[in-house]
Every structure is written in structure tokens, then in C-alpha cells.
Design a protein around this ligand. Structure first.
Ligand SMILES: [Zn+2]
Length: 119
């Protein structure tokens, strides 16, 4: 059984790529390892749009903060919360660093978003 790391959809072994997400599928074992790895991760930010999430991700990566985007479609993570919300996860020890980066990237935004980051 192969699983898409993006949407969590399961495919037959003969399928190696998720047609929806256009990403390489992983095995169940890899998925379990991924889940274990993300146990120590926290939500640093919730975005309304994928565009916003991608922007913050690239800001974080350029600040050398490891991060990953999760959306509610991703069934490999049982993230509770509002539907349609996109979460940006960072390692626990990087959360404060990430928040600084995210705050700074907000100032480039035209919108005045005043919300806390779920902390
Ligand atoms: Zn997929």
C-alpha cells in the first residue's frame, strides 16, 4: 500500500505518484515515521489560503527554520480545528524563532491582520 504524504490518500502498490498532488507516494512505514517525527512539532501559524501558507513557508525556509504545511485534507495528521485552515508546523524548539519570522513577513502584507497565532 502506498500513501500520498500530501493528501493521505491510499493507493495500490502499482501506483507511485499521487495524481492529485503530483508527489511521490510513500509506504505505510514511512508515513508512521513521519507521524512520529511530527509529534514534537507545533503549529506556528494558521493560514486561510495556500498562497499565504506558501509565502510564510518560504520566509521560514530562508530563515533556516524547518517547516511543513498541513491542511485539513491531510489525513495522516489528526489535527483538530476549523475546516479549511492551513497549518504551518515547525519543530517545538523553533517555534519562537518561527513566530519572529512570521511577524516580520506580516509587515510585508497589505492586509492588517490582527490575530494571535493560536498560542
Ligand atoms: Zn495526494
Amino acid at each position: 500500500m502506498h500513501i500520498c504524504p500530501e493528501c493521505g490518500y491510499e493507493y495500490k502498490d502499482s501506483v507511485s505518484k499521487c495524481p492529485d498532488c503530483n508527489v511521490q507516494l510513500i509506504t505505510k512505514k514511512q508515513k508512521e515515521e513521519k507521524e512520529k517525527r511530527f509529534k514534537d512539532w507545533e503549529v506556528a501559524y494558521t493560514a486561510d489560503t495556500m498562497y499565504e501558507a506558501e509565502m510564510i513557508k518560504s520566509n521560514l525556509l530562508s530563515a533556516e527554520v524547518e517547516c511543513v504545511i498541513l491542511n485539513q485534507k491531510d489525513r495522516s495528521f489528526q489535527v483538530s480545528g476549523d475546516l479549511g485552515i492551513i497549518k504551518i508546523m515547525v519543530p517545538k524548539d523553533k517555534v519562537s524563532e518561527a513566530l519572529v519570522v512570521i511577524e516580520n513577513s506580516d509587515s510585508n502584507d497589505d492586509d492588517e491582520i490582527e490575530e494571535d497565532y493560536g498560542r
